[in-house]
Ligand binder design. Structure first.
Ligand SMILES: [Zn+2]
Length: 473
C-alpha cells in the first residue's frame, strides 16, 4: 500500500509506503490557545484529519500527536489582561478549541501534550544541545547556534544570505532588544530569561529562571511521544520558516537521527480574495459563521473543497455551494439506508467501523484521487458527484455493494450525515404531480416543460418504477 504526497523538502510528490503493523508517526503543530481559532487555522487541522482518517481506513496503526502551545508572549499577555492565571486562561481557550474540533468532526489526536506539561523534556533537549556545542547561554537566555548546524535551511531551501535578511526583517519588526545578545542574528532562543512582564510565569533552569522558546516545545514533544524519525509532520505553510526549520535543527543536532521523512504543508486561506485579518473584519470563526446559519459541517466541507497546496479563497458563495453539496450527499445516504433498511440512527456507529474494502467496484476513482494524487480532495469530490450523477437509482443488489464503499467515503471526508426532512412547498408538490400525470398520459412535451419549470424553482424530479421523488437542486 502506498500513499503519494508532496514533500515540501524534496519539492516533489513521493510515495509513502504504508505498513499496517508498523506505527505510523505523525505530528501536527497545534494551536496557541489565547483566543478563538479562526477558520484559516482549521484548514490545517481538517487536512491532517483527512490524512489520519485515510490511514485508519487502511488499518494503519496511526500515532498522531498535536500539541497545545499554552505558554508564549500572547498567552501571557492575555492572562494578564484578563486578570487570570496562565493556566486558567489557557484552559478556557483549550476547551473552546476542543469544542470547535468536535463540531468539525475532527478525530482527537492520540496524544495532545501541552507545552507547560513538558518543561522537563524541553530542558533536557536544551541541555543536550549545550553539551554538544549547538547552544550557548547569554544573560539567562539560551540560543541555538545556527552556524553549528551545517544543513540549516534544507527544508525552506534558503541560503545563508537569505536567512540573514529574513531574520533581520523580523528582528527589526519585533524591535526586540534581546535579539542583539545573540552571536549571530539568525540564532534563535531555546530558553528565554525571565522578564518582569512574564509575571508569575517562570520555571527554574540551569541557566536561571525563565521559559522555553516556542520552537523548543515541538522538538521535545515529538521526541518524547513519538521517539525517532516521524513519517509525516504537518502544519500551515507559514511555519516552514523559521519554525519547522528550527525544529529540524534542534532535533537532529540533539538526537542525531533524521527528524522527519515527509513534510506536509497546508496553504493559506484567504477570504473574498483578501488576507484574513482583524483589521479587515474578515477573521471568521465557527461561532461567527454559525450566527450566519452556516453549520460547522458546511465549513469543514468548504475547507476540503480546494486542494491543500493551493491558497483557498473562502467566500459565502463557496459556503452555499458546500451546503448544497452536503445536502446531496446526505440525501443519497438516506436513500441508500432506506433501500437497505439501515436505521439512519445507526450510521455513526457504522462509520466508526468503516474500512476500505479490498476491491472497490464503484468508488475507486474517489480513493485514487486521495491516495495517489496528493490528497486531492477536490478531485475526489468530483469523482463522488459523477458517481452520484451516473447512478441516481440503484438496484437492491447494487446498493448492497455500494454501501460499504459509501461508508468509507463518508468516513474519509469526515461527513456525518444528518437526516433530511425536506418540506416540499405545496406549489412545487402540485407542479410535480401535474408533471407525473402528463407523463403517465403520454404527454411528454408537457411533462418536460413542467420538469424545466421545477428546475427553475430549484427542484429536481427523479422518476423510478414506483413513481417519482423530488429533491432540492
Ligand atoms: Zn511546531
Amino acid at each position: 500500500m502506498e500513499l503519494n504526497l508532496f514533500n515540501t523538502q524534496s519539492r516533489q510528490c513521493e510515495a509513502i509506503v504504508l505498513e499496517p503493523q508498523k506505527p505510523f508517526k505523525t505530528y501536527c503543530c497545534g494551536p496557541t490557545v489565547y483566543g478563538p481559532a479562526h477558520i484559516g487555522n482549521f484548514r490545517t487541522y481538517v487536512v491532517q484529519d483527512v490524512l489520519v482518517r485515510l490511514l485508519k481506513l487502511l488499518k494503519v496503526n496511526v500515532c498522531y500527536v498535536r500539541n497545545i502551545t499554552d505558554v508564549d508572549d500572547k498567552t501571557i499577555r492575555g492572562a494578564r489582561q484578563n486578570n487570570q492565571s496562565l493556566q486558567e486562561f489557557t484552559t478556557y481557550w483549550t476547551q473552546r478549541f476542543h469544542n470547535d474540533c468536535e463540531r468539525l468532526n475532527l478525530l482527537p489526536p492520540t496524544v495532545e501534550p501541552k507545552a507547560t506539561e513538558t518543561i522537563d523534556d524541553q530542558l533536557a533537549l536544551i541541555q543536550l544541545l549545550m553539551d554538544n556545542g549547538y547552544a550557548y547561554a547569554r544573560n539567562g537566555s539560551v540560543y541555538f547556534r545556527i552556524s553549528a548546524c551545517k544543513d540549516y535551511g534544507k527544508l525552506s531551501h534558503l541560503n545563508e544570505r537569505e536567512l540573514q535578511t529574513q531574520d533581520l526583517n523580523s528582528a527589526e519588526q519585533a524591535n526586540d532588544a534581546d535579539e542583539y545578545e545573540r552571536d549571530q542574528i539568525a540564532d534563535f532562543a531555546l530558553w528565554k530569561a525571565y522578564k518582569p512582564e512574564d509575571g508569575t510565569v517562570a520555571w527554574n533552569s540551569p541557566w536561571g529562571r525563565g521559559r522555553p522558546g516556542w520552537h523548543t516545545e515541538c522538538s521535545a514533544m515529538t521526541h518524547r511521544y513519538l521517539g525517532g524519525t516521524l513519517d509525516v509532520h504537518s502544519g500551515g505553510v507559514d511555519l516552514v520558516f523559521p519554525h519547522h526549520e528550527n525544529e529540524i535543527a534542534q532535533f537532529e543536532s540533539a538526537y542525531k537521527v533524521p527528524f522527519v521523512k515527509h513534510w506536509l504543508h497546508i496553504a493559506h486561506l484567504r477570504v473574498n480574495g483578501q488576507k484574513m485579518s482583524k483589521k479587515l473584519g474578515n477573521l471568521y470563526t465557527l461561532d461567527s459563521l454559525q450566527e450566519q446559519h452556516y453549520e460547522p459541517s458546511t465549513v469543514r466541507y468548504a475547507l476540503i473543497a480546494g486542494h491543500y497546496r493551493k491558497p483557498l479563497n473562502f467566500t459565502f458563495e463557496n459556503l452555499n455551494a458546500a451546503q448544497s453539496a452536503l445536502h446531496k450527499i446526505y440525501a443519497y445516504t438516506q436513500t441508500l439506508c432506506k433501500q437497505l433498511s439501515v436505521d439512519f440512527a445507526n450510521l455513526p456507529a457504522l462509520l466508526q467501523q468503516a474500512t476500505l474494502p479490498d476491491h472497490l467496484q464503484w468508488l475507486q476513482p474517489f480513493f485514487d484521487a486521495l491516495l495517489h494524487d496528493d490528497l486531492n480532495t477536490p478531485k475526489a469530490l468530483g469523482c463522488l458527484f459523477s458517481f452520484m450523477g451516473q447512478h441516481p437509482q440503484l438496484s437492491l443488489d447494487e446498493a448492497k455493494t455500494v454501501f460499504p464503499e459509501w461508508l468509507a467515503v463518508l468516513y474519509a471526508l469526515g461527513i456525518q450525515p444528518v437526516e433530511q426532512r425536506i418540506s416540499i412547498p405545496a406549489d412545487i408538490q402540485e407542479l410535480a404531480e401535474k408533471r407525473w400525470q402528463c407523463k403517465c398520459s403520454g404527454d411528454y412535451q408537457a411533462a418536460d416543460n413542467l420538469r424545466k419549470a421545477l428546475m427553475d424553482k430549484g427542484w429536481r424530479v427523479l422518476d423510478n418504477a414506483q413513481g417519482y421523488r423530488i429533491e432540492p437542486l
